[in-house]
Design a protein around this ligand. Structure first.
Ligand SMILES: Nc1ncnc2c1ncn2[C@@H]1O[C@H](COP(=O)(O)OP(=O)(O)OP(=O)(O)O)[C@@H](O)[C@H]1O
Ligand SMILES: Cc1ncsc1CCO
Ligand SMILES: [Mg+2]
Length: 274
C-alpha cells in the first residue's frame, strides 16, 4: 500500500512547482526527479498564476522570504487551489521573525493547504501563535520525546482540524496526522539534522507523492516521510563506509531515493498507525 504510493509517483510523473528558498532549491529539484516526479522552481510573480494551473502539485517554502516571493506564493497558491491541486506549506523558521510569522498567518488564511510539513518548533509556532525558534532548525527544548508524544499528537490533530491539512512534524520521531489517524514514524538518522535541506527536500517529496495520490492524502504524506527517513538511514551507511561528511551523505540521500523501490519502502518502514 505504501509502496504503491511511490510506484504511482513513478508512473504518473507529476509536475511539481516549488516556490522555495535559494539555499536548498537545487536539492529539492533533484530529489523531485529522484522520486520520479518533475520539478519546476520558478518563483516569479509574473508567471505564478499560470504555473499554478500547469502544475500537478505546489510546494511553498518560506526559507528565504521576500515580498516578491510572497506575492508569487499567494498567486500560485490561489491558482493551484482553483484547479484542485495539492498544496504543501513548509513554514521554515516561522518563529524566527515577525515577518515570517505574519507571512505564515497570511498564507494559512489565503490558501487551503493539503499538507503542512515543518519541524516541531515551526509547527508549534504556526499552530499556537508562539513566537520563538532557533533560526530554521528545531529548538532542542521543543524535541518530541516519548514523554510528550501524546501531547504533540493532540496538538497536530487539533491543527489539522483547524486547517483541513494533513500535518507532518519531522524530527527524531515523525508524526503525520489528520484529525483521526496518526502515523508515528521512527525511520531516519540524526545525521539528517546536519544536512541543510532534509526538511525542504521532504516537503518537495510530499507534494510529489500527494499529486500522484490525490485520494490517499494521509498515506501519501506518510509514505513521503518514510521515504526520506529510510533513505537517510541508507545514506548514513554509505557515508560511514566512505568515511565522508555531510555533503557526501546529502548526495547518497538523493541517490537512495532514486533507487528506492515500493517493495523496499514497505520492508524498511518503521511506523505505528493509530
Ligand atoms: N535526530 C533525528 N533522527 C532521525 N531522523 C531525523 C532526525 N532529525 C531529523 N531527522 C529526519 O530529517 C528529515 C528532516 O527533518 P527536520 O526536522 O530536520 O527538518 P527541518 O528542520 O525542516 O530541516 P531543514 O529546514 O534543514 O530542511 C526528516 O525526514 C526527519 O525524520
Ligand atoms: C539554512 C536556511 N536558511 C534559510 S532556508 C535554509 C534551508 C533550511 O531550511
Ligand atoms: Mg525546514
Amino acid at each position: 500500500m505504501l509502496g504503491e504510493i511511490l510506484e504511482n509517483v513513478r508512473e504518473r510523473s507529476p509536475l511539481i512547482q516549488n516556490i522555495t528558498n535559494y539555499v536548498t532549491a537545487n536539492d529539492c529539484a533533484n530529489i523531485t526527479l529522484a522520486c520520479g516526479a518533475s520539478p519546476t522552481m520558478s518563483d516569479g510573480e509574473e508567471e505564478a498564476e499560470e504555473m499554478g494551473r500547469l502544475c500537478d502539485g505546489l510546494n511553498i517554502n518560506m526559507g528565504t522570504l521576500h515580498p516578491r516571493s510572497v506575492k508569487a506564493m499567494l498567486l500560485a497558491g490561489k491558482s493551484a487551489a482553483g484547479f484542485g491541486r495539492p498544496i504543501v506549506l513548509d513554514p521554515v523558521g516561522a518563529g524566527a521573525s515577525t515577518y515570517r510569522r505574519e507571512t505564515a498567518e497570511e498564507l494559512l488564511r489565503e490558501i487551503p493547504f493539503t499538507a503542512i510539513r515543518g519541524n516541531i518548533s515551526e509547527i508549534k509556532t504556526i499552530s499556537g501563535g508562539r513566537n520563538s525558534s532557533k533560526g530554521v532548525d528545531a529548538d532542542a527544548a521543543d524535541a518530541v520525546t516519548e514523554e510528550n508524544l501524546e501531547k504533540t499528537i493532540a496538538l497536530a490533530r487539533d491543527f489539522s482540524g483547524r486547517t483541513g491539512a494533513v500535518i507532518a512534524i519531522s524530527g527524531a520521531v515523525d508524526i503525520v496526522t489528520d484529525t483521526k489517524n496518526t502515523y508515528i514514524i521512527r525511520n531516519g538518522h540524526p545525521v539528517m539534522a546536519k544536512i541543510t535541506g532534509c526538511g525542504c527536500m521532504l516537503s518537495s517529496l510530499t507534494a510529489a507523492y500527494l499529486a500522484a495520490n490525490p485520494d490517499r492524502k494521509l498515506e501519501a504524506v506518510a509514505a513521503a516521510v518514510i521515504t526520506m527517513g529510510l533513505c537517510g538511514e541508507k545514506a548514513y551507511e554509505k557515508m560511514a563506509e566512505e568515511n565522508s561528511g555531510n555533503a557526501g551523505c546529502r548526495n547518497h540521500l538523493i541517490d537512495e531515493v532514486y533507487k528506492l523501490t515500493g517493495r523496499e519502502l514497505e520492508r524498511g518502514a518503521k511506523y505505528e498507525l493509530r
